[in-house]
Design a protein around this ligand. Structure first.
Ligand code: MV4
Length: 506
């Protein structure tokens, strides 16, 4: 086993990894930028090293400074968390060359899945179904037009180096293709330094369902069930759950076996996620592989009972998977809400600042993975994720009730948050009945603007998930039910409760 682990990250995920280290009896080393000197992950670590100024490019993305901190501290392994350097093969390789364990997959596996066209070629060889389209970049508009005509419109143009929606274009018909192709190419070049663009058949109102896998370095690979991740805004996930309301036991097994096949094709070791698009007929297609621990990993931890971060560390240290596929049992239901410092009045624009008051939920079925404390200043330089509220229950109904109760206990003051959004999701009939497709958040936004949806607006939404990307921000007071507690679930609390709460907090 490793002797000491450095966490090359910040915020709630750094705190999460520190907890796993401590449970394994290992000291944890934090790194921090100038604005994170007093961040929670620094307070919780056993040692902490400054790595530079606030901009991530000069601190959390600086390979040299992080490796220096590892050497100085005597850490013999690095956990990259998610984001930052977690999927950077150069970093994984630099760790290898420095004799420091990288807690994640090999640089070769990252490279194999890093290019979407390369990944699609691998999946084709392995017999993994992927969204119909090409497995190589399009050399010219003419070539794209030829292939698109064969596939049939609508189609999607995607950047081979892309992910998270950048360099992606929906093309409804032939007349739109030429300009969309040029746009996708230049956006891809700007964002990824690579203008390779390929083509997929477009799937309307898909669900995003992903399968968690774990693999050790001896060829043992298992799947740990799926996560439903369709509730997103601008390609940013808002709420995830496991199991998915759209996945039957039979479909889970098929999807799981295909995910294992995909991971094996990349010679994958450690924790990873296979993303699928699910169409209206519950057909599913490989989309991409995430070669890291994901933000939403806790929902899988709750329904499987396994600690994915501890398992990542043990696998990277050369241990074998301590269980086989048939020993894995899924039990109960888990929902995760991502609590962001965002202003619902300003179209969920990041809203950094000082946390002046904080009351956190607890009790049966509640897990809070938080990176904040009262008095701390949320910096504006990074992703505004404050905390993840993860709720567990014996079934979806109980979990929803617990989530509602937990939201009523949760109070964050000083920064605007998206907490109020989750009450509205919980109150929406489509969420309650499990119709958690990628259009739901857009429907919710439109309905909140008007009290209810007009036929014309519903037609706009039905036109495709892309409405979600461009939904008008509209009248924000109406959207959030007005009131001075805007964005907080506590807005229905009685006046004395509010007074009691603020006195207790003061
Ligand atoms: C698609 C698609 C429809 N058809 N691909 C969005 C992010 C990226 N990871 C993949 N995405 C999509 N790919 C085809 N062929 C629709 C989306 C999409 C989406 C997918 C899952 C959840 C939310 C979404 C929001 C907009 C677009």
């Amino acid at each position: 086993m490793f002797k000491k682990i450095l966490i090359a990250n910040r915020g709630e995920i750094a705190v999460r990894v520190i907890r796993a280290c401590h449970e394994l009896g290992l000291p944890a080393v934090a790194v921090y930028s100038d604005v994170d000197r007093r961040a929670l992950h620094v307070l919780r670590a056993d040692e902490a090293y400054p790595i530079g100024p606030a901009p991530a490019s000069e601190s959390y993305l600086n390979l040299g400074r992080i490796l220096d901190a590892a050497r100085k501290s005597g850490a013999d392994a690095i956990h990259p968390g998610y984001g930052f350097l977690s999927e950077n093969p150069q970093f994984a390789r630099a760790c290898r060359e420095a004799g420091i364990g990288f807690i994640g997959p090999s640089p070769e596996a990252m490279e194999c899945m890093g290019s979407k066209t390369r990944a699609r070629q691998q999946m084709e060889k392995a017999g993994v179904p992927f969204v119909p389209g090409t497995a190589r970049g399009m050399g010219s508009v003419e070539e794209a037009q030829r292939v698109a005509a064969e596939l049939g419109y609508p189609i999607m143009l995607k950047a081979a180096s892309g992910g998270g929606g950048k360099g992606m274009r929906w093309v409804a018909n032939r007349s739109e293709l030429a300009s969309a192709f040029d746009q996708a190419r230049s956006e891809a070049l700007r964002a990824f330094g690579d203008d390779e663009v390929y083509l997929e058949k477009a799937i309307t109102n898909p669900r995003h369902v992903e399968m968690q896998i774990l693999a050790d370095e001896y060829g043992n690979t298992v799947y740990l069930g799926e996560r439903e991740c369709s509730l997103q805004r601008r390609h940013q996930k808002v709420l995830e759950e496991s199991p998915s309301p759209a996945v039957s036991a039979e479909m889970r097994q098929q999807m799981g076996e295909i995910a294992v096949k995909a991971a094996r094709a990349a010679n994958y070791a450690n924790a990873g996620t296979i993303e699928f698009l699910v169409d209206a007929n519950r057909g599913f297609y490989f989309l991409e592989m995430n070669t890291r621990l994901q933000v939403e990993h806790p929902v899988t931890e709750l329904v499987t009972g396994y600690d994915l971060v501890q398992l990542q560390i043990r696998i990277a240290a050369g241990e074998r998977l301590p269980f086989t596929q048939d020993q894995i049992r899924l039990r109960g239901h888990a929902i995760e809400c991502r609590i962001y410092a965002e202003d619902p009045e300003k179209d969920y624009f990041p809203s950094p600042g000082r946390i002046t008051d904080l009351a956190e939920p607890s009790g049966p079925g509640i897990r809070l993975d938080s990176g904040i404390y009262s008095g701390w200043n949320v910096p504006l330089e990074y992703d505004p994720l404050l905390a993840k509220l993860i709720v567990y229950g014996e079934d979806r109904t109980q979990t929803m009730a617990r989530l509602g109760r937990a939201l009523s206990e949760y109070f964050i003051a000083g920064v605007k948050t998206n907490l109020g959004l989750f009450r509205r999701i919980l109150d929406h009939q489509d969420f309650v009945s499990g119709k958690t497709d990628t259009g739901l958040l857009a429907r919710l936004t439109v309905e909140a603007q008007n009290g209810t949806s007009s036929d014309a607006q519903l037609a706009t939404i039905a036109a495709g998930v892309f409405t979600a990307l461009n939904a008008p921000s509209g009248n924000s007071a109406a959207r959030n039910g007005a009131g001075k507690d805007l964005g907080q679930p506590n807005s229905q609390a009685s006046p004395w409760k509010k007074v009691a709460r603020s006195e207790a907090l003061g």
